[in-house]
Design a protein around this ligand. Structure first.
Ligand code: SAM
Length: 273
């Protein structure tokens, strides 16, 4: 069953000659039932403003629009713009396409005072960088109401990881500190065109209203240093930020390793830097 009366995505891709480019992390979702399922993870979209990164030929964009959202979509590949223009014509005034690199975008300014939802099947090569930018947003609570994002399963596991696990690292600390994050479902490689090598997962993150007080940039620096040398003892890995003296000051054994520290302990460390 189709979610709109626009042509099937395969036809759109053929007509606009949108051969997927690996360099742009292009793995397209052509099943509109699946893109509708991703859109539904973000809750009721009726009348909401959604920012989408990397609409490509527009599979997820169409699902967002069909569910009542107004969409601002940022796409770097100019080849996709004509296809997106067709969707825009089908939903007059509800799709704004911005041609450019999402890494250069000022998302809070795009939101223009609305509490937006960010929903995207992210290009694998910039997904983590974008997420970290959103997690370190200032002021907090941020300009977005939720993030619903597709990542490679391994990255999704790092986002929801807790202390003591292999996957626990900078992403787990930053997302656990400021958001409630969960994996909502997995998507197998065959769902994409072309299929990637690995399974993907949709992650839904909701900002906490009152995370433990801490300077976001400092916490970012502390976690980067600590997990940058995760096999080393903390007195060594965070030496440049204060090392043993700092750890003793906040009551953390300097011989511990980064992956054993709770989010609260990382916050205490950052507050002491
Ligand atoms: N949303 C589409 C879907 O689900 O089928 C496409 C997803 S594909 C994984 C990632 C998309 O992000 C591609 O369309 C690619 O051109 C675009 N992209 C890659 N790097 C980008 C960047 N830095 N800024 C904006 N878009 C980018």
């Amino acid at each position: 069953m189709s979610i709109d009366s626009l042509p099937p995505l395969r036809e759109v891709i053929d007509r606009h000659d949108l051969m997927a480019k690996k360099s742009l992390g292009q793995n397209f979702l052509l099943d509109l039932n699946l893109t509708a399922k991703i859109a539904r993870q973000a809750g009721d979209l009726e009348g909401k403003t959604v920012i989408e990164v990397g609409p490509g030929p527009g599979g997820l964009t169409r699902a967002l629009l069909a569910q009542g959202a107004n969409v601002i979509a940022i796409e770097r590949d100019e080849r996709c713009l004509a296809a997106l223009e067709e969707i825009s014509g089908h939903y007059p005034g509800r799709l704004r396409v911005i041609a450019g690199d999402a890494l250069d975008a000022d998302f809070a300014t795009l939101a223009a005072g609305d509490k937006v939802k960010i929903i995207a099947n992210l290009p694998y090569n910039v997904g983590t960088q974008l997420l970290i930018g959103w997690l370190l947003s200032e002021p907090w609570p941020p300009f977005y109401e939720s993030l619903t994002l597709m990542f490679q399963r391994e990255v999704a596991e790092r986002i929801v990881a807790r202390p003591g696990s292999e996957a626990y690292g900078r992403l787990g600390v930053l997302s656990g500190w400021r958001t409630e994050a969960r994996i909502t479902f997995d998507v197998p490689p065959q769902a994409f065109t072309p299929p990637p090598k690995v399974t993907s997962s949709v992650v839904h993150l909701i900002p906490r209203n009152a995370p433990l007080p801490c300077d976001a940039a400092t916490l970012g620096r502390v976690t980067q240093a600590a997990f940058g040398q995760r096999r080393k003892m903390l007195r060594q890995s965070i030496k440049s930020l204060g090392g043993e003296g700092l750890l003793v000051k906040v009551g953390i054994d300097p011989t511990r390793r980064a992956e054993t520290l709770s989010i609260e302990e990382f916050v205490a460390l950052a507050n002491a830097v």
